[in-house]
Design a protein around this ligand. Structure first.
Ligand code: FES
Length: 104
């Protein structure tokens, strides 16, 4: 479910872009955040927690909780809820953090 027209923000763009999540091509609306685009495609799990390997996803949705880290175009630890999706963007879930676990 997406808000197409907002009484204050106005009409959203209907222009579509294609991006990739774990190499799977997905469609998004131009101007959506990566987190919103993933949720619109039914994806809730963005990675696992560092110590307990529990599923992580969008919690606050405004860049405060640091729960929605993903890797975007090779850059680790990008907040998906504050990053706008772009054509051809390659997003990967954060399934591991070898530096924290001493595996690096
Ligand atoms: S959901 Fe909280 S920082 Fe992204």
């Amino acid at each position: 479910m997406q808000i197409i027209e907002h009484p204050i923000l106005g009409e959203k763009s209907n222009e579509e872009v294609t991006f990739y999540f774990n190499n799977q091509p997905l469609k998004a609306k131009k101007g959506q955040t990566v987190a919103a685009a993933l949720m619109a495609n039914g994806i809730r799990k963005l990675g696992v927690s560092r110590k307990l390997f529990k599923a992580r996803g969008v919690f606050c949705g405004n860049g405060r909780c640091m729960n929605c880290f993903v890797t975007i175009d090779g850059l680790d630890h990008v907040l998906s809820c504050t990053t706008l999706v772009e054509e051809g963007m390659k997003v990967f879930s954060n399934e591991s953090d070898p530096g924290v676990r001493g595996e690096k």
